[in-house]
Design a protein. Structure first.
Length: 347
């Protein structure tokens, strides 16, 4: 139904327009009595074999929604009804910011991919907090936090600090985002010493709380082997609670879309099917170096249930989808969860 009827209509319009239009539709539909119950009936899959316990949190299933889709926590209750085991909001910054100039979101249908250069557009952490206060769903929520564009890297911790303190009562875990390619100089924070300092400081914020909350790092797929070794060393040294692999890529290798069209689109992070293999490679590398129990969330190019199973087999404990949700629709969540149940029963 989605791929045959709904997606062709949605793809007639610009991606960012459709994103906001869909949000408005879901927001209105969610207020109609019985709609969310009906959505849960069609999409939720319940099984003890789906449960995952990670850094002290019980996830009802291993399929999450990646950051970037619901940046401002507008649709937590509505999106939870599609059967997600967890939802990651953000990236949020202390102050509202409009992001980069439009157009900044592009579909590559031939490659089942998306290029975005949104630039951490969000309404600011305080607006998200107001929405989180009123949510009804008990779904696990992660807070993906970053710095404002105008904040120098030397002062980045202050922005992460402000986001952490504001979100702390309302989210279950935090993600330090230093890997988006769409904020100038942000990826420089992935260098060894700046990253070690930042993670140590954010981790310290959690440790002084009565109930510390997990701190995770989200990394880029474009790191070379030496940089990945540095990341592993830093994760262990700073006692960071987990890692998310991976963010979008700046690579354009292997695309079917014409080079002229790609050149016309310009800069931005590429997500979707072209990222599938690389993100799985990074997960496998991290699992080998971090050991069997270190928490890893796999994301990048999950376009089918088999892609998710491949990520789990490579060493991911949980998975997240975004571009696959756009191309395959909400049925992808259910199909992944069913595949996980089948995998468990065959082991």
């Amino acid at each position: 139904m989605y791929k045959l009827v709904i997606r062709p209509v949605l793809f007639l319009f610009s991606p960012e327009f459709i994103h906001h239009f869909t949000f408005r539709v879901l927001s209105v539909a969610g207020k109609i009595p019985g709609v969310l119950t009906l959505l849960r009936l069609f999409h939720e899959v319940e099984s003890k074999s789906l449960e995952r316990n990670l850094f002290g949190i019980t996830f009802m299933n291993p399929v999450g929604l990646a950051a970037g889709f619901d940046k401002d926590a507008k649709l937590i209750d509505e999106l939870a009804a599609f059967g997600f085991g967890f939802i990651e909001i953000g990236t949020l910054t202390p102050k509202p910011q409009p992001g980069n100039d439009k157009p900044r979101l592009f579909r590559l249908p031939k490659d089942q991919a998306v290029i975005n250069r949104m630039g951490f557009n969000n309404q600011g952490v305080e607006i998200a907090v107001e929405r989180l206060r009123s949510r009804k769903s008990t779904v696990i929520v992660g807070g993906n936090i970053g710095k404002n564009k105008v904040t120098p890297n030397e002062e980045a911790f202050e922005d992460y600090n402000k986001c952490f303190e504001a979100l702390y009562p309302y989210v279950d875990y935090f993600v330090v985002n230093v890997s988006s390619p769409n904020t100038p100089n942000l990826r420089a924070l992935q260098e060894k010493e700046p990253l070690k300092k930042l993670l140590s400081e954010v981790k310290a914020l959690s440790l002084v709380k009565r109930k510390p909350k997990p701190i995770l790092l989200k990394i880029a797929p474009d790191l070379n082997e030496s940089q990945l070794h540095d990341v592993v060393e830093i994760l262990l040294e700073t006692k960071t609670d987990g890692v998310i692999a991976t963010n979008t890529t700046i690579s354009r290798q292997g695309l079917t879309t014409s080079s002229g069209e790609i050149s016309a689109i310009g800069n931005g992070g590429l997500s979707g099917k072209p990222l599938t293999d690389r993100s799985t490679e990074v997960i496998s590398f991290l699992r080998a170096k971090l050991g069997p129990t270190y928490p890893i969330i796999g994301v990048g190019g999950i376009m089918s249930a088999q892609d998710a199973i491949d990520k789990l087999n490579a060493g991911a404990d949980l998975v997240q989808i975004y571009t696959g949700f756009i191309y395959e629709g909400p049925g992808l969540i259910k199909s992944i969860n069913k595949a996980v149940i089948d995998k468990s029963s065959n082991n």
